[in-house]
Design a protein. Structure first.
Length: 112
């Protein structure tokens, strides 16, 4: 049976994905209280414990105004956490499905 790790289970997309993924395999659904995406060690420990075949990551730091005033946290959640998941997936022959929205990263900004 396929084991799926789903982050952001209490978010809008995560809630819908949790319902949809339930029929495809064993789904381990985590929310902010059960997995801190700012804690790289916790992410790796969780992945090592769950041993998912598929990681589905719709979790994101989407509060745009707060992200501008706290770019370090936004980077941890939106860049460092997915990079950690991708590295783990590559090491363990797992699949990573990562979501992003154009409201946060529309690709149109010039400069850094």
């Amino acid at each position: 049976m396929t084991r799926i790790l789903l982050t952001g289970g209490n978010g809008q997309l995560g809630f819908e994905l949790q319902r949809a993924l339930a029929v495809t395999g064993e789904t381990v659904c985590l929310d902010r209280s059960s997995l801190d995406l700012c804690d790289i060690a916790a992410i790796r420990q969780t992945l090592d414990r769950v041993q998912p075949d598929i990681i589905v990551n719709p979790a994101a730091y989407t509060a745009v105004d707060k992200a501008e005033s706290d770019p370090a946290t936004a980077k941890q959640v939106n860049a460092d956490a997915p990079a950690t998941m991708a590295a783990w997936a590559a090491e363990h022959q797992a699949l990573l499905i990562h979501y992003s929205i154009d409201y946060v990263f529309d690709g149109e900004k010039d400069g850094s």
